[in-house]
Design a binder for this molecule. Structure first.
Ligand SMILES: Cc1cc2nc3c(=O)[nH]c(=O)nc-3n(C[C@H](O)[C@H](O)[C@H](O)COP(=O)(O)OP(=O)(O)OC[C@H]3O[C@@H](n4cnc5c(N)ncnc54)[C@H](O)[C@@H]3O)c2cc1C
Length: 337
């Protein structure tokens, strides 16, 4: 059933108010195919927004098109041998459930991504990552419905052009796709990534379940649940800059935190949180009903603002402060709609 002028408040974790001109929920793959044939889909096919939890988007106004909320949930184990497991997840699947499933089956690769909110199919779009692991390390193929031609197409890992919080889906394919299947290859071999923060407290032979539990505890101690705090978590990406830019900024700020990024040319990843602090942005700073989180200024929090545009404006003012102080342009991680 297609609803009109649907309020999207409960479908975005920033909890801003925005209406969809048309709104449809799909619970089975055939419902999506039926929707595609409808006049409303055909009339709005250049203006479609897919969402699941809306945990990585900021709606800055009403959406004058068709919003499709995907509730389909299936998973298929394509092969499961002694050394690896190939798993295809169709359509929808809560990613944390997948992390737990793999940990129970002894399959490795995504344990560090425990408790990141969101669906499996949103994961490749921004190549989600945490605690030294990015989801691309286990993705084999991504299948997608081509909104332009109506065909199902597939990309292998190389063709997805994965990078830090980035992929082909944010560029060449932007607004042209609906991800329907993600195929992962997990490993049975222990390759733990325990180098980040409190994970180092685990011994190198920690079990998968120990790692998942530790990450859940770390995350739970750092971030309140999204029902208590309205946010999409990290609002900005950590900037990656050239050696020349790095030398320049290091002259002004000798203690600048950085990691060297692998590649042909040396490049440097800075900490966006530190750049904000250098620009005198404070943790817990508030402008009317919008602010930074009390424990981390990279995280923007909505304290009751209805308008997503106000959150965007606040974010832009932070970007200007960082640019003015350090010369670095902070890129937004959240999808601004
Ligand atoms: C408390 C909190 C902590 C977080 N921690 C992390 C973290 O540690 N690491 C990290 O990387 N991210 C993190 N995030 C961000 C977020 O969880 C991820 O980006 C997640 O992948 C978003 O999933 P979603 O299903 O809610 O996507 P949505 O927000 O619903 O959608 C995100 C974007 O993808 C598009 N989209 C979604 N599904 C499809 C599809 N099937 N086909 C086409 N387009 C689609 C949407 O239109 C939108 O543009 C965090 C967010 C919160 C709120």
């Amino acid at each position: 059933m297609i609803e009109e002028n649907k309020q999207l408040l409960e479908f975005n974790t920033f909890r801003v108010w925005a209406k969809a001109r048309y709104f449809a929920e799909i619970n089975r793959p055939d419902e999506f195919m039926k929707l595609v044939e409808s006049n409303i889909y055909q009339e709005n096919k250049d203006n479609i927004l897919f969402l699941w939890w809306g945990s990585n988007m900021l709606l800055t106004g009403d959406f004058d098109g068709l919003v499709i909320k995907n509730n389909i949930k299936t998973m298929r184990l394509t092969s499961f041998d002694d050394t690896s497991a190939t798993l295809t997840v169709w359509w929808w699947y809560n990613r944390h459930e997948l992390v737990e499933f793999c940990a129970r089956k002894g399959r490795r690769g995504i344990e560090n991504l425990a408790l990141i909110p969101g669906s499996v199919w949103a994961a490749p779009i921004q190549n989600i990552g945490a605690y030294g692991v990015e989801v691309e390390s286990v993705i084999k193929t991504v299948k997608w419905f081509d909104l332009t031609s109506g065909n199902i197409r597939a990309l292998n890992h190389r063709e997805c052009h994965f990078a830090y919080r980035d992929s082909v889906f944010k560029h060449e394919l932007k607004d042209k796709f609906f991800i329907t299947h993600v195929t992962f290859v997990f490993s049975k071999e222990p390759q733990p990534h325990l180098e980040y923060g409190a994970l180092g407290e685990l011994s190198s032979d920690a079990s998968l379940m120990d790692i998942v539990e530790k990450i859940c505890n770390i995350r739970a101690s750092k971030l309140p649940s999204i029902s208590e705090m309205w946010t999409a978590w990290s609002f900005f990406k950590n900037p990656i800059i050239s050696e020349e830019q790095f030398m320049e900024i290091q002259q002004s700020f000798p203690d600048i935190k950085h990691r060297i990024v692998d590649g042909e040319e040396p490049r440097y990843k800075l900490a966006a949180g530190q750049l904000l602090e250098l620009a005198w942005v404070k943790k817990g700073e508030k402008e009317w009903m919008v602010g930074t989180y009390e424990n981390h200024c990279l995280v923007l929090v909505n304290h009751g603002e209805k308008s997503g545009a106000k959150i965007r404006d606040f974010a832009q003012s932070l970007q200007q402060r960082v640019k003015g102080m350090t010369g670095i342009s902070l890129e937004v991680e959240v999808n601004i709609i």
